[in-house]
Design a protein around this ligand. Structure first.
Ligand code: 13P
Length: 251
């Protein structure tokens, strides 16, 4: 059985004070579980603060992005080794907001994925189609190309010690969630694609669903065979909601 993972992507939200309140409430409310791991991905500027607040707790830390470079003259960027140094275990890569707003393509995301793994971070690779692509019947092809770019660059061990998050772009921040069946179809296709190169890795890799996950819909999504948790945006900014989502993962 795969352990479930529920990661909160705060995006560019919060303040020092809000981070302290939120993390304090989560640490009090979540004592750890064999069935689910909770991870927080605050803005880079608050990683150190959040790492301090999480110290000794059962909650993990991740970044929202990470450079494809190891070190050097890359103003404004954060190297994977720096994130590890700050206490991160995970790095969200290729989020649709980075792909659309910051021009990250499959090749760049694969380069970031490789650099993150080389530094010892566990990448959370985000994939997903736009509404236009879904309506054109291109969902599985788009997602296969996004996953395939990483397989092509890293080979058949690419997703050992890595996580994939299926986030349909039309479901992000819109209140529209993919139905459990729609999500399961894509998750199963992703797992089959990984299995084509490595069956053992495919069996172990956690595939998260993201896109308007909330306390009301998490349980039915997480009950699907190939949905191994969630990548949560808006609802991860509210302690009660995020705790309830993690609680649903507990079954
Ligand atoms: P929402 O949960 O706000 O839809 O955001 C999902 C997301 O983009 C997580 O990475």
């Amino acid at each position: 059985m795969r352990r479930l993972l529920v990661a909160g992507n705060w995006k560019m939200n919060g303040s020092k004070e809000q981070a302290e309140q939120l993390v304090t409430a989560l640490v009090q409310g979540f004592s750890g579980s064999d069935q689910v791991e909770m991870v927080l991905c605050p803005p880079t500027i608050y990683l150190d603060q959040v790492a301090g607040l999480l110290n000794g707790s059962a909650i993990g830390l991740g970044s929202q992005n990470s450079s494809e470079h190891e070190a050097g003259a890359y103003t404004g960027e954060t190297a994977p080794a720096m994130l590890l140094d700050m206490g991160c275990r995970y790095a969200i890569l290729g989020h649709s907001e980075r792909r659309t707003l910051y021009g990250e393509d499959n090749a760049l995301v694969a380069a970031k994925f490789e650099a993150a793994k080389a530094a010892g971070l566990t990448p959370i690779l985000c994939v997903g189609e736009t509404l236009e692509q879904r309506e054109a019947g291109e969902t599985l092809a788009v997602v296969a190309a996004q996953v395939g770019a990483v397989l092509a660059r890293l080979g058949n061990e690419a997703f050992a010690e890595a996580v994939i998050a299926y986030e349909p772009v039309w479901a992000i921040g819109t209140g529209k969630t993919a139905t459990p069946e729609q999500a399961q179809e894509v998750h199963a296709a992703i797992r089959a694609q990984v299995a084509d190169s490595n069956a053992q890795v495919a069996e172990r890799v956690q595939i998260l669903y993201g896109g308007s996950v909330n306390a009301g819909n998490a349980e039915t999504l997480f009950a699907m065979q190939d949905i191994d948790g969630g990548l949560v945006g808006g609802a991860s900014l509210k302690a009660d909601d995020f705790l309830a989502i993690c609680q649903s993962a507990n079954g």
